[in-house]
Design a protein around this ligand. Structure first.
Ligand code: ADP
Length: 359
């Protein structure tokens, strides 16, 4: 549904996007994640036809946004970071205005009412937008993106400035929309992509450094996979069997039990899926595998561990001009680590400031 091919954007001597390619299919929510200055807004602006690219293509439903912007834009609903709301209109007036602006030809009343129901704006549809809370205004922003029933929805930092309850509501809404639409969501929040997206495209300094299903992204960044396995059988022998199994890097018995099963933490080599082999091996030995779950390495932890390792190695941020010549995943991941190092340092500073305020 969305196909970005070798997109490059230079602002004078600054290369904001450097040969970026990725796709998003129908029913998929793709998160564009990266630190500030990574090139997310530039990518979104090109995708929505607000900006031209230096080279490369952006196709929406097969239509090139640059060569046929009108046709392509009909398929896009866009929620910019600052939604273009008219504060002196009521919600209903504003949605009607958007309907006309988009030149829609539908059963207007029914269509707009459905949208209000979906984003739960019904009870405030007669109120001036000026009098709505930030959370409601964001819903109005989402509603305007839905006018005309576009197949593609693009959200730029949709939860910035919202309180935790509003964040959950907006994320639920986006998840709901993702069932029937193709959704691209830009954010600098790891938790957001983890909570909402099916696929994550990580962009850093204008380049894609990871493009993976959400559940697999931790492997891409961390390299290894971790599981918690619950196995019934003699603990020491089971543990030795795990340690001897090809593909397993580490295994340890945890101080927990689940009924008559012992719990083990297992870490596998990168790219090795041991699940089936483990199941058959244990079955052969007569030990029941009663649970196997990926242990919750959350993305934030993974990123922080990348950050910490780059901190320990004293890595220095690559100069911006140098990145034009670097190639290869290793370097890109290292650079991501370096960018995240800065983010982590900032967060530590904030946490320290908060703590000293508390003290
Ligand atoms: P993000 O949305 O991830 O924060 P942007 O796409 O806004 O990143 O910016 C990517 C890079 O391009 C940054 O280095 C930014 O300073 C630069 N940039 C963005 N817009 C312009 C512009 N109009 N002119 C010059 N440089 C720009």
């Amino acid at each position: 549904m969305i196909r970005i091919e070798h997109l490059t954007k230079n602002y004078g001597s600054v290369c904001a996007l450097d040969d970026v390619s990725f796709t998003a299919e129908k029913g998929e929510i793709v998160g564009l994640l990266g630190p500030n200055g990574a090139g997310k807004s530039t990518a979104m602006n090109i995708l929505t036809g607000y900006l031209s690219s230096t080279s490369g293509k952006a196709l929406i439903g097969g239509v090139d946004i640059l060569s046929d912007p009108l046709q392509a834009k009909k398929m896009i609903g866009y929620l910019p970071e600052q939604p273009p709301l008219y504060l002196d209109m009521t919600v209903w007036e504003y949605l009607n205005f958007c309907y006309e602006l988009k030149g829609c030809r539908m059963d207007r009343e029914k269509h707009l009412k459905e949208i209000c129901d979906t984003v739960r704006l019904g009870e405030v549809s007669g109120r001036l937008i000026r009098h709505l809370s930030k959370g409601y205004r964001q819903r109005v922003g989402i509603a305007q993106a839905m006018v005309g029933d576009p197949k593609v929805m693009i959200f730029d930092e949709p939860t910035v400035g919202l309180d935790p309850k509003q964040i959950i509501e907006v994320r639920n809404l986006i998840r709901g929309l993702g069932k029937a639409h193709t959704v691209i969501l830009s954010t600098h929040l790891l938790s957001e992509v983890q909570a909402v997206c099916d696929r994550i495209v990580i962009i850093n300094q204008g380049r894609i450094v990871a493009n993976e299903k959400t559940e697999r992204i931790a492997n891409v960044v961390s390299g290894n996979r971790r599981f918690r396995a619950k196995i019934c059988g003699p603990q020491a022998t089971v543990l030795q069997t795990l340690l001897d199994m090809p593909g397993i890097l580490r295994a340890e018995a945890l101080p927990e039990r689940d009924g008559d099963a012992s719990v083990y933490a297992v870490e596998t080599e990168q790219g090795v899926d041991i699940r089936k082999k483990l199941f058959y091996l244990l079955a052969e030995r007569g030990w029941a595998l009663v649970g196997l779950e990926a242990s919750g390495v959350d993305l934030e932890d993974v990123f922080l561990s990348v950050v910490d390792s780059s901190e320990q190695s004293g890595a220095k941020r690559a100069p911006r001009s140098a990145r034009k010549t670097r190639k290869g995943k290793e370097t890109a991941e290292q650079t991501l680590g370096e960018a995240l190092y800065e983010e982590a340092a900032r967060r530590r500073k904030e946490a320290a400031a908060e703590k000293s305020e508390e003290d």
